[in-house]
Design a protein around this ligand. Structure first.
Ligand code: F0G
Length: 363
């Protein structure tokens, strides 16, 4: 029997991660699913970067920047907003360095709710701000940082009829753990190492939940070492101290007091993992390497996973499989991309064949 093209296509339609992983998630038939068909993102080999490590180490990136709003936050937001809708919530609120606000706005509006967003003034990448505005969130920027914004929205959610959708909302982590399921399904087992950028430490916690759940079910035989990387100017988990004035080019992880601090430390010890800091220079180098050698454009914070992996590469066992999580899309932050890549950009050229050929080096 031959299938018609339309049947074949419809059989391949990805239903979104709640439908795909329904049995592992706290949803029932009564939960109205708010989805943009998030999840099912590719795990892409990065051979040039693997060569820098050597010793037959296999390196792949989980490119979660290909989610509907361009970051891994969609995984958590489909769950948080679906559960909020089930509870009859009419408004949600979050603090954000940008990606959470974009995802919250998109899913809340799709679910018919208001979305209030509190952001640190001047430190949210342009693409993310544009998204929150276009999706129709009510956006407020404070003359303060993310940590201050988070404290305010936590208090708001306690005093007013608004539901908090930051990663302290447990449904967020439930949705985000599905990324670990996908990694296991793609590899046939868990990787030896999982390298991941860490800000508020929700995602590292969620990945570990996912790996442990699949391990208990026998879907993977091993558990990865969880390697978390923070920007050097915003590295409270490495210094053990709250950072009052976090500072980094990777604005997504410009966080000085992670809300999931204790959970992150628990993941580190349970997985025999490590937290390390990477400088802005190291982040930008990995960011350029990913784009110019592998064709993968992620945002600066995401490149912290690859920068960190390269920084501690001598510790990777020979022949190991390493997955680096690329949490957000490079298009989120065009200003940083352009500012740090002026070398190959020639401007002001006369509009003639001769002039163009000359600057290209053909004459
Ligand atoms: N990468 C990106 C691109 C992010 O946007 C974030 C967090 C992280 C990594 C860190 O993840 O907080 O779970 O450890 N962004 C939040 C936001 C803070 O508001 O969008 P985490």
């Amino acid at each position: 029997m031959t299938l018609s093209l339309s049947t074949a296509k419809s059989n391949r339609v990805w239903p979104g991660l709640i439908e795909a992983y329904r049995q592992y998630l706290p949803v029932t038939e009564a939960t109205p699913i708010v989805t943009l068909q998030e999840g099912n993102t590719p795990l892409i080999p990065v051979p040039t970067i693997a060569q820098l490590v050597g010793r037959q180490v296999r390196v792949l990136v989980k490119y979660d920047g290909l989610n509907p709003t361009g970051s891994f936050k969609d995984r958590g937001m489909t769950m948080a907003i679906s559960k909020a809708k089930e509870a009859g919530v009419q408004a949600v609120i979050c603090a954000s360095t940008g990606n959470t606000s974009a995802a919250a706005a998109a899913y809340a509006k799709r679910g018919g709710m208001r979305a209030f967003v509190l952001i640190p003034e001047g430190y949210v990448a342009l693409g993310k701000l544009a998204q929150a505005l276009v999706y129709g969130a009510e956006v407020f920027s404070i003359k303060g940082n993310f940590d201050q914004a988070l404290k305010i929205v936590q208090e708001m959610a306690m005093s007013y009829p608004v539901t908090l959708v930051n990663s302290v909302n447990p449904y967020r982590l439930e949705g985000q753990k599905t990324a670990a399921f996908e990694v296991v399904e793609a590899l046939g087992d868990a990787p030896d190492w999982l390298c991941i950028p860490v800000g508020n430490a929700g995602n590292i916690t969620a990945y570990w939940m996912g790996f442990c759940e699949y391990h208990q079910l026998g879907k993977c035989l091993r558990l990865p070492r969880m390697m978390g990387f923070q920007a050097a100017g915003a590295a409270p988990l490495i210094t053990g101290q709250v950072v009052a004035h976090p500072d980094t080019v990777a604005t997504a992880i410009r966080i000085g007091n992670p809300a999931n601090w204790e959970k992150a430390i628990a993941v580190q010890s349970a997985s025999r993992g490590q937290f390390n800091a990477v400088t802005d220079a190291e982040i930008l180098e990995a960011y350029k390497l990913l784009a110019s050698e592998e064709g993968i454009f992620c945002e600066p914070a995401s490149a912290a996973s690859v920068a960190g992996m390269l920084k501690v590469k001598d510790q990777i066992p020979t022949g190991a499989t390493v997955v680096c999580v690329l949490t957000g899309n490079g298009l989120k932050d065009p200003a940083t991309a352009i500012e740090h890549n002026q070398n190959s950009f020639s401007q002001g050229i006369a509009p003639s064949l001769a002039a163009v050929a000359k600057v290209m080096g053909f004459e």
